[in-house]
Write a protein that binds this ligand. Structure first.
Ligand code: FAD
Ligand code: SIN
Length: 521
């Protein structure tokens, strides 16, 4: 028995939820999400959402900052489009109930982050994502046309391949008919046929040992689309956030928002010396690629495990009012950030690459769209400007919805799609092998494909990934599927794409830095 739905949305972060609310004006929507409804990268966003709200800021300045940060690889047309349309989209979620902080005059209290020439980041204290997710979920839950299936894990996109046809990356007219989904409560794999499918599965930070991303960030959508022969690009541009809290044993790592540096926090070495002036005129507020590399370099030179973020010179009351979540987290591990410096390290944070889409969020597979962190739109180029990703998700979810509403009624369900075939599979004897492979994968990527790469390191990573791939595929073919196994398989796929595309990138640009390459000039 299969399910049929006009719009299938995979993921319940900012991209999936805003899209669902819009297409639900016209058709029936099913959201599937692999954990609880709110678990997502969105929920943990701290700094906020960038938007040009008033003078002295201008569209041109935001455009220029985005282009400069992207180091020459942004699509200028897309940058202009997102910056201009983004403001309307921000106003829309405010109307839907998202609450952003204001100052005494009643204007939005705009924060500043690395790479921004103006204060332009709307925020809700230091837990903006949680506030956005709350507002969107409450609207989605009350919508009669939207059904949310939590703990449903999307396994594979259904295409002609599942009807027995040969599909290669060069096959013209690949079509998406829906998705096979694991109902993790029953263990059964269900078939969902859809007229239109949106992939909104977020990022892939879990491919690294140290990451700010929650456990759900396993690159599932990117891997699914790649397996279905879709185009995935720019995966070498992995953004490491310069300041995750140094707290050995904690996974994921807790983020110390860049807005803290925007508020006056200063990076220092363990012996209390400022160092960012040696790397960039913008010092602690340089773009992330430069700042993370500078910290990496300082740590390598000193042999220290972390550097410090110093806020002790700032007004203590204002600091704790602006950053209550960060203050409480630091306090919980014995650090009073108003009196002591915070130990910080870079951590994998955001994947700039992903499923290649056009300006309407269309993938190269018919009836398949992608929005949010899993997509590659051309906005970020080689390095994302801080707080531009929530903005990008809103703009592309909206555009995908407009396009979907125009098209869905003319698309028919593919009733010939067969049910999932689990014949011959059994429960794994040693689940621990999956855990071992995941740890090994995270070690390989952290050791060899981190902030600074080299040809030898990339080759080592490639060779080791081949072994992990072979072992994991052998388990996959014989085993009753579980989310852990599917996630491991997806992470290996994502890691392979990062390494392959890093090897192919022969010039250093933005986040990609290989000591054997030359700078892109
Ligand atoms: P997500 O919000 O990650 O949602 C993905 C959804 O897909 C989840 O519901 C997940 O469970 C579901 N899913 C995944 N795989 C499957 C599957 N196989 N089957 C079913 N469901 C699946 N950006 C900013 O612009 N400003 C910020 O201040 C900011 N701060 C950040 C702070 C942190 C700690 C982190 C981690 C990120 C931050 N970012 C920030 C980045 C930003 O939060 C994300 O890029 C953005 O929220 C991604 O939204 P999304 O909707 O694409 O994906
Ligand atoms: C932060 O608050 O530093 C994260 C902002 C972002 O990733 O855009």
């Amino acid at each position: 028995m299969h399910k049929e739905v006009d719009f299938l949305v995979i993921g319940s972060g900012i991209a999936g939820l805003t899209y669902a609310l819009k297409v639900a004006e016209e058709g029936k929507v099913m959201i599937i999400t692999k954990a609880s409804a709110d678990e997502s990268n969105t929920k943990y966003a701290q700094g906020g959402i960038a938007g040009v709200m008033n003078a002295p800021d201008t569209f041109e300045k935001h455009i220029q900052d985005t282009l400069e940060c992207g180091d020459g690889l942004c699509n200028k047309r897309i940058v202009r489009m997102v910056v201009k349309e983004g403001v309307e989209r921000i106003k829309e979620i405010i109307q839907w109930g998202a609450d952003f902080d204001k100052n005494e005059k009643g204007d939005y209290d705009l924060a500043r982050e690395g790479g921004h020439s103006e204060h332009r980041v709307l925020h809700h204290k230091d837990n903006t994502g949680n506030e956005i997710e709350r507002a969107l979920l409450s609207k989605v839950r009350n919508h009669p046309n939207i059904e949310m299936y939590t703990h449903y894990f999307a396994i594979d996109i259904i295409t002609q391949h599942h009807l027995g046809e040969e599909v290669t990356r060069h096959t013209p007219g690949i079509e998406c008919y829906g998705v096979y989904v694991l109902n993790t409560r029953t263990g059964k794999i269900e078939t969902v046929l859809s007229r239109i499918t949106l992939i909104a599965t977020g990022g892939a930070g879990q491919v690294y040992r140290t990451t700010t991303n929650p456990l759900i960030a396993t690159g599932d959508g990117i891997a699914m689309v790649y397996r279905a022969k879709g185009i995935v690009e720019n995966m070498e541009f992995v953004q490491f956030h310069p300041t995750a809290l140094y707290n050995p044993g904690a996974h994921p790592s807790f983020l110390i928002s860049e807005a803290v540096r925007g508020f006056g926090g200063i990076l220092k070495t363990k012996d209390g010396k400022e160092f960012m002036q040696n790397y960039d005129a913008r010092k602690s507020l340089a773009p992330r690629d430069i700042t993370a590399r500078a910290i990496d370099n300082e740590m390598k030179m000193s042999g220290d495990d972390y550097v410090y973020l110093d806020c002790t010179h700032l007004d203590a009351k204002a600091l704790t009012e602006h950053f209550p979540t960060i203050y409480a987290k630091c306090k919980s591990i014995g650090i009073d950030m108003t009196k002591q410096m915070i130990p910080v390290v870079p951590a994998a944070h955001y994947i700039c690459g992903g499923i290649k889409v056009d300006e309407f969020a269309r993938a190269n597979i018919n009836n398949l769209y992608a929005a949010g962190e899993c997509s590659c739109t051309g906005l970020h180029g080689a390095n994302r400007l801080a707080s531009n990703s929530l903005l990008e998700a809103l703009v592309f979810a909206h555009r995908a919805a407009e396009e979907g509403k125009r098209k869905f009624a003319s698309i028919t369900y593919k009733l010939e799609v067969p049910e999932w075939n689990a014949e011959g599979t059994t429960h794994p004897k040693e689940l621990v092998l999956i855990t071992h492979n995941l740890k090994e994968l995270q070690d390989v990527m952290s050791n060899y494909v981190g902030i600074v790469r080299s040809n030898v390191r990339l080759k080592r990573a490639k060779d080791r990934l081949r072994i992990l791939y072979g072992e994991t595929e052998a388990i996959y073919e014989k085993t009753i599927l579980s989310p852990k196994l599917c996630e491991l398989r997806n992470l290996i796929n994502v890691a392979y794409l990062i390494v392959k595309q890093a090897i192919a990138r022969k010039k250093n640009v933005g986040l990609h830095y290989n000591t054997d390459n030359v700078k892109n000039e």
